[in-house]
Write a protein that binds this ligand. Structure first.
Ligand SMILES: *[C@@H]1O[C@H](CO)[C@@H](O)[C@H](O)[C@H]1NC(C)=O
Length: 258
C-alpha cells in the first residue's frame, strides 16, 4: 500500500514535470535566455545605468552589449543634459549658502576635466558607446585634437565659482603629455582662470585613480586650502581622504574609472 502511494506520487511528479516542460514559463533558465526586448530591455538597461550612477555597479570594463544602444541614446539625449543641469543647479543651491569665504585665497573648488568640463561623448559615439574595451591610444589621439566640446552647464558653473572668489583646481587622470592639448581645448571651449591643472605623471601611472586624486587633495590641504566642493563624473574623484564638504556627481555610464 505504502509502495503504491509512493509510485503514484512519483508518477504524478513525472507527469507534472512533463507538463511543466511543455509550458513556456516553467524553465526559469530558458526564460532568462530569451533576449530581452521592448520595455523589459529598457527597464533592464535603465536599472543598469542607475546602479552605475549610485555606485552599486563598480569597475565595469564595457557597457553590457544589450545596453549599448540604450546608453548611447541616453548619453546623447536631452535627458542626459537635464540630469547634468540638475546636478549643476544643486551645486548652485549649495553655493548660495555654503561658504563664508575668508578672502585669503585659500578657498578651493575642484573639477574633473573629462565629462565634467569637456565631453568625450563625441569620441565614444564613434567607438561603440562604451561597448568596446577602452583603447587609451586612440582616446589620447582624439584628445590631442582638442575637439572635446564644453558641457554648457558646467561652463557657466565654473565661471560662477571663479567669480565668487574660489581658487579652481582641475584634477584629471589625463597624462602630462596631454597638458598642452588639454589647456588648448579648455581655453577654446571658454574655460580660463583656474589656478592649477593636476595631471598624471609617470609615477602616478600605477596608482589607483582614487589614491592619486586623494593625494592631490592632500597636497592642497597641506598648502592651506579649504576644499568646499568637488564636481566630477566618477566616484573615484570623491572617495578617499581628505574629501570635500560636498561632492556633486555628474552622470556617466560610458566608462568606469577605479
Ligand atoms: C587602439 O587604437 C590604435 C590607434 O587607433 C590602434 O592602432 C590599435 O590597433 C588599437 N588597439 C586595439 C587593441 O584595438
Amino acid at each position: 500500500m505504502e509502495m503504491a502511494r509512493n509510485s503514484l506520487f512519483l508518477l504524478g511528479l513525472v507527469v507534472s514535470l512533463l507538463i511543466g516542460l511543455g509550458s513556456a514559463d516553467w524553465n526559469i533558465l530558458n526564460h532568462r535566455k530569451k533576449p530581452l526586448s521592448g520595455s523589459s530591455l529598457k527597464n533592464y538597461c535603465e536599472s543598469w545605468r542607475i546602479n552605475v550612477e549610485v555606485n552599486n555597479i563598480r569597475g565595469f570594463e564595457v557597457v553590457p552589449e544589450e545596453c549599448i544602444e540604450y546608453i548611447g541614446k541616453y548619453m546623447t539625449s536631452s535627458q542626459y543634459k537635464a540630469d547634468c543641469q540638475r546636478a549643476v543647479e544643486e551645486c548652485q543651491l549649495y553655493l548660495s549658502s555654503c561658504c563664508t569665504l575668508k578672502g585669503d585665497g585659500k578657498d578651493a573648488w575642484i573639477f574633473d576635466v573629462d565629462d565634467t568640463l569637456i565631453s568625450t561623448v563625441p569620441y565614444f559615439k564613434k567607438h561603440g558607446f562604451g561597448g568596446d574595451k577602452l583603447n587609451i591610444t586612440s582616446l589620447e589621439a582624439w584628445m590631442k585634437k582638442c575637439k572635446a566640446p564644453a558641457l554648457d552647464h558646467t561652463l557657466r558653473l565654473f565661471h560662477e565659482i571663479r567669480e565668487k572668489g574660489f581658487k579652481i583646481f582641475l584634477i584629471s587622470i589625463r597624462r602630462e603629455s596631454l597638458r598642452d592639448a588639454t589647456v588648448d581645448n579648455l581655453i577654446k571651449e571658454g574655460y580660463h582662470g583656474w589656478s592649477r591643472l593636476v595631471l598624471r605623471d609617470l609615477q602616478d601611472e600605477n596608482k589607483h585613480v582614487q589614491n592619486y586624486k586623494a593625494e592631490a587633495r592632500k597636497r592642497l590641504v597641506s598648502e592651506g586650502y579649504r576644499i568646499w566642493g568637488i564636481i566630477g563624473d566618477q566616484w573615484s574623484s570623491f572617495d578617499g581622504s581628505p574629501s570635500a564638504k560636498r561632492t556633486f556627481k555628474l552622470p556617466n555610464s560610458l566608462y568606469y574609472i577605479a
